[in-house]
Ligand binder design. Structure first.
Ligand SMILES: [Ca+2]
Ligand SMILES: [Ca+2]
Length: 301
């Protein structure tokens, strides 16, 4: 009798394990992945011989970098677009304070024009594969400005696949800066149009970054980017759009119409500055973290 019961329990265990295997353990653990963006404000490798302009503006101690890394890890975002990263050494520094093996990164290989504020992407390789695809010449040849970084992503083995573009457009609101930013939006918009019109490309396109532009209220800026493609600004779904004393975000996630199938309709702008449990939060950045939830399943037609 006892033997039969043991056999029964073992059989039930085998059935459950088989079921887990068939469904995919990863799918059970995460029904969605988060894709986000965070401007790290002069995040350098602390080597004063490189990226001098950024090093002079970097205000963090090693202890504050440790706290920043632990804060980012606590968000547990699977794919996080980053802005203002000096280089790969800076990313290695950040990862040195994170759980070993949990994160990987891709940094924009931009060398010309020179910049110490590269765009990058931090991701969890155990959940999603990311691969470098190229750059978009958004720096327009201007010293210090940033090219866009294009990566492809896929939730293994046959889940959500997409192309992501990380951007950091020209800051400031003086006339020349606004004009440059408009040119950048046009170049990006044309790239997006061409990308979406090529049937060989994955229809799920995600633009994430610091646009330095109020895309929710500046219709002209959005139309330069959109080019009639009916892109969707995920940022509009953020319930509380306040970040410090601003209420009209400049950090955005913009997705193609097809990617809306994968997007779960929920987004967060984390105004961590109000969280008093984070002692050095004002040293992290001058931006909030934005993310949206996406399905892990491949819903391509
Ligand atoms: Ca440096
Ligand atoms: Ca896809």
């Amino acid at each position: 009798m006892l033997r039969r019961r043991v056999c029964y329990v073992i059989s039930l265990g085998v059935v459950l394990l088989s079921l887990l295997g068939a469904l995919g353990w990863g799918a059970l653990q995460t029904a969605s992945i988060q894709i986000g963006t965070f401007n790290l404000e002069f995040f350098t490798d602390l080597d004063p011989s490189t990226g001098e302009w950024c090093e002079e503006r970097n205000h963090r101690t090693l202890e504050q970098i440790r706290e920043l890394a632990s804060f980012i890890d606590s968000l547990d975002i699977e794919v996080l677009a980053l802005q203002e990263v000096e280089d790969a050494k800076a990313m290695d520094l950040l990862l040195s304070f994170m759980p070993p093996g949990k994160y990987a990164y891709i940094v924009s290989p931009q060398t010309s024009p020179e910049t110490c504020q590269r765009v990058a992407v931090l991701y969890q390789p155990q959940v999603v594969f990311l691969e470098y695809q190229g750059q978009i010449p958004l720096s327009l040849g201007h010293f210090g400005l940033r090219d866009g970084l294009v990566v492809s992503g896929k939730v293994p083995p046959d889940g959500f696949d997409f192309t992501m573009v990380v951007v950091h457009l020209k800051a400031r609101s003086d006339r020349d800066s606004r004009k440059l930013r408009e040119q950048q939006l046009e170049v990006l918009g044309e790239w997006v149009k061409e990308y979406l019109e090529n049937p060989d490309n994955d229809p799920d396109l995600i633009l994430a970054g610091d646009f330095n532009e109020h895309l929710l209220t500046n219709q002209r800026a959005l139309s330069l980017l959109d080019q009639g493609k009916r892109l969707y600004v995920v940022t509009q779904d953020v319930p509380d759009k306040r970040c410090r004393h601003w209420t009209d975000p400049i950090d955005h996630i913009v997705i193609s119409l097809d990617a809306k199938r994968e997007y779960k309709g929920t987004a967060v702008l984390d105004n961590f500055f109000t969280d008093s449990t984070l002692p050095d939060r004002y040293s992290y950045s001058d931006h909030c973290v934005l993310w949206g939830d996406f399905s892990v399943e491949d819903l391509d037609h």
